[in-house]
Ligand binder design. Sequence first.
Ligand SMILES: *Cc1c(COP(=O)(O)O)cnc(C)c1O
Length: 420
Amino acid sequence: MTLLVRPFFIWAGRGATITAEKRRVTVSNPLSYLTEQLESWRQAGTFQRLRELQSPCEPVSTFDGREVINLASNNYLGLANHPKLVEAAVAAAKKYGAGSGAVRTISGTMSLHMELERRIAAFKSVEACVVFQSGFAANAGTVSAILGADDHIISDELNHASIIDGCRLSKAKIHVFPHRDTARAGAILADLESQPGRKLLITDGVFSMDGDIGPLPALVEAAERHGAIMMIDDAHSSGVLGRNGRGTVDHYDLHGRVDIQVGTLSKAVGVLGGYVCGSRDLIDFLYHRARPFLFSTSHPPAVAAACMAAFDILEQEPERIATLWDNTRYFKSTLANAGFNTGASETPITPIMVGEASAAHRFSRELFEEGLYATGIGFPTVAKDKARIRTIVTATHTREMLDRAVEILSRVGKRIGLLG
Ligand SMILES: *Cc1c(COP(=O)(O)O)cnc(C)c1O
């Protein structure tokens, strides 16, 4: 007994100290290249510390101990902290628990999930809908599920990262067309006419960094002419464009002509999730093959219930969306009068073009010190020379807040040499 126990004891004790000692002394850190990369970002002024939100997401919020006008959220309609959504979430958690317990395809499909899907399908006037954990999962999961290596994807160069990842995961051949260049998209489709494989034409409904609207009518026509599948990512249009926020298909009156509509529940809807709308067969196929649906747990009941409360508000209080657009027009014209270049934006997403990433980040930091939070955005989110401050007004900002925001932007803009 002693013979057996003692060597084991000695081995364990020595092993532990020697290993720890050795590591400290001789083994180099295999992740040191990350440290070097971080250092170069610090030098370049593009290292970003996460700001901590210490209040609910509101038009004036507290970040890092400072109360600031919040132009950095996607909370377009102020639903993220709306009492009706909060009540619905609390009631659902009390009744059904904190979590769903499984992925949708095993035992994690609750009645609330099915109810939300039916609700969205009816709202969007489509046959069926599937809800994913996020808009990211909806895009990546859908594109990768419906296409394979023999297929072709025709994609706007500014499409969202989740579309790009879905395209890569599908292994299909990717053909990128210049931003909003419908003639080029059509030409690519024409060139591919003789090639085997399915073709998917895909665009953001509203582009998340520029705030311009995708040229859907011409793209839909091109897709129809060449027999391509048409897919739209309405993340920033859900709750913003179209009647009651039904999205870009409704905005352009293209009902029945877009095969796949993706939307998000994380932005204007105020909660979390993504959805895909289309035919019953598309949705049933995704139930069987979309990997985030099959391999990742479904939303907590509170999320589904809060989303449904948000759709009640979209349907019953269209004046919120009207206020969002009033604020958008007001803010854009005030910014233009102050001399800012706001790019090609047509929606509440309003970039203020700066140029260099380090200058955009500095602009953002100085704005924050003066009481305004607007994010600096640089490469790789946007092109290297197109760094910007991105602002998003919401329905809940008052005119006073927007005036004050432009006043701060002008003061800091002059200081950093952006305005004359
Ligand atoms: C935000 C965004 C997504 C992702 O949505 P989440 O629900 O936040 O995952 C997808 N596409 C676009 C265009 C987006 O802006």
